[in-house]
Ligand binder design. Structure first.
Ligand SMILES: Cc1cc2nc3c(=O)[nH]c(=O)nc-3n(C[C@H](O)[C@H](O)[C@H](O)COP(=O)(O)O)c2cc1C
Length: 253
């Protein structure tokens, strides 16, 4: 109790060489979960996870978010179907790895052009790979998750509301992991914004909200113990005067 009283943190203050505390452990050991049990999550557990999002910091405390909890198997299945359908449409034009010969060349040119001109983020390698798999019916987007949380972003948020919704989302993911619930961000829900019916149903893109991101939740069906590598970061430490160069520290080694 003494330790608790001497700092703002309920977990005490840092001591050289101390092991990861529970919060750090949750951060370090969290992995994206992509296989879920069918078992539904109790509403109170979902509400508890959402509390972590509600308490997230935001610029000017603007809280530029709205949370949608999708737990209807019928709706999730339809989201899955429609996301896959629109993926197939896109990959008909851009999915060069799916074709051979002249078709491959044409789609490759279109994909390259799109990366350079239109969708420089969406068409980077990992989403492109996932979309190729989805178009070939190899993977499913929502991985059978019993719950999908959609985060809508209020355009009127202070400064950059995308950061705020990202912070809220990460609170969801971390709180979920700390409570034994698996979570995976699912950026592909954005594909549903191409459908008027989903825009209408969820208010995606309807003022003042636009699509932020989504997160799948559920009890993990498998132990996710593989480590996803992280790059060593060359962090610049500015410790001297204005004329001094920063010290480069290799964070992660
Ligand atoms: C904003 C955001 C969007 C993501 N979208 C997807 C996605 O659509 N599908 C997916 O399987 N993983 C998605 N991820 C999860 C990343 O692939 C994952 O965090 C990364 O590979 C690191 O693995 P880890 O979470 O297990 O540490 C997303 C992560 C973030 C932060």
């Amino acid at each position: 109790m003494d330790v608790i009283n001497e700092s703002l943190s309920p977990l005490g203050t840092y001591k050289e060489g101390m092991p990861w505390n529970p919060v750090e452990k949750v951060i370090m050991e969290r992995r994206s979960v992509r296989r879920f049990k069918k078992e539904p999550l109790p509403d109170n557990l979902i509400r508890r996870i959402l509390e972590a999002a509600r308490f997230a910091p935001s610029a000017g405390n603007g809280q530029p978010w709205k949370f949608l909890v999708i737990k209807s198997p019928e709706i999730i299945a339809e989201m899955e179907r429609d996301a896959t359908r629109i993926t197939k449409f896109f990959m008909f034009f851009y999915g060069y790895t799916m074709y051979w010969g002249l078709r491959r060349l044409i789609t490759k040119i279109m994909a390259t052009w799109s990366v350079l001109r239109l969708y420089s983020n969406e068409f980077s390698a990992p989403p492109f790979f996932a979309m190729t798999q989805a178009a070939e019916d190899q993977t499913v987007y929502y991985q059978g998750a019993p719950v999908v949380i959609i985060i809508l972003e209020d355009k009127r948020g202070v400064s950059n509301p995308t950061i705020d919704t990202g912070v809220a989302g990460e609170n969801i993911v971390l709180a979920a992991h700390s409570l034994g619930v698996g979570a995976c961000w699912m950026g592909f829900t954005r594909l549903l914004t191409y459908y008027p019916k989903w825009r209408k149903k969820f208010g995606l893109g309807k003022y003042p909200y636009r699509f932020g991101n989504s997160i799948c939740l559920g009890y993990p069906a498998a132990n996710v113990n593989h480590e996803v590598p992280r790059e060593v970061q060359l962090v610049e430490w500015y410790e001297g005067g204005m004329k001094d160069s920063p010290r480069i520290d290799r964070q992660g080694e």
